[in-house]
Ligand binder design. Structure first.
Ligand SMILES: CC(C)(COP(=O)(O)OP(=O)(O)OC[C@H]1O[C@@H](n2cnc3c(N)ncnc32)[C@H](O)[C@@H]1OP(=O)(O)O)[C@@H](O)C(=O)NCCC(=O)NCCS
Length: 215
């Protein structure tokens, strides 16, 4: 029997181990368990974020990260955890020259711009903040332990996230996923609409999916 609940501090060891097992090819995994632990903790504790775990017989067998308000979540994450996360990345890169090279080549400019925006926003008057369009929620990670895949755990996590996002009044959710993962069929099966392909700012290819909560 699968149950889904918000992720808590006590789940961190299990979700970090799961992330490294299931998404070992992902860039974030290369920064190691200390970075991932801080990353997941940041997700648990920032407003606008959605972090869930799935349990079978009380054991964590899946996790999901997303956001009901991605902009608010990212701003809070950078403000409250940016320094810790950056130090953990630099620490990992110092002992891994290939990681250091890839970090500089693919992320350095983006991270520097984010920091500059954050610093600038501290000086800006609230009156200068231009309201944008409706908030679009997002799902960024869904992972299920290999031994528990194919039993509805992923579906339970995604449905839990959609319910949490819908409860905030948001009506549309997006996600991107690498084209080579089985996730494509998974999201199609769950009723997500493939809206196109794109390349990330670091040049990696992604498929973009959308889910309209009114539909
Ligand atoms: C993709 C993933 C999250 C799916 O989780 P799961 O628990 O195995 O999926 P579920 O059992 O809930 O499947 C839900 C539906 O999707 C379908 N589905 C799942 N994986 C599928 C696949 N590889 N191919 C085709 N359909 C698939 C199932 O058949 C099921 O349909 P049904 O309910 O109509 O029978 C899981 O396989 C995983 O963690 N993969 C590795 C990490 C990853 O790719 N994450 C996504 C990108 S971040």
């Amino acid at each position: 029997m699968v149950s889904v609940r918000p992720m808590q501090d006590r789940d961190l060891d299990a979700v970090v181990a799961l992330h490294r097992e299931v998404l070992d090819m992902e860039f974030l995994s290369r920064f190691g368990p200390r970075f991932l632990r801080s990353y997941y903790r940041a997700w648990i504790s920032t407003p606008g974020a959605v972090a869930l775990v799935a349990l079978e017989d009380g054991v964590v067998v899946g996790g999901l990260l997303g956001a009901s308000d991605p902009g608010r979540h990212v701003r809070a994450m950078v403000r409250d955890y940016g320094v810790t996360l950056a130090l953990r990345q630099v620490g990992a890169a110092l002992s891994d020259p290939r990681l250091a090279r890839d970090l500089v080549a693919t992320r350095a400019v983006r991270y520097a711009r984010g920091l500059a925006r954050l610093v600038a926003s501290r000086w800006r008057q609230p009156a200068n903040v231009v309201p944008s369009g409706p908030v679009i929620g997002e799902i960024t990670h869904v992972l299920v332990a290999p031994r528990s895949q194919g039993r509805g755990v992923g579906r339970a996590l995604v449905e839990g996230a959609l319910a949490a996002i819908r409860a905030t009044g948001v009506r549309r959710v997006e996600l991107v996923t690498p084209p080579d993962l089985a996730a494509r069929h998974f999201y199609e099966r769950l009723g997500w609409r493939l809206t196109g392909e794109m390349a990330s700012r670091s040049g990696e290819p992604f498929l973009r999916f959308v889910y309209d909560l009114d539909a």
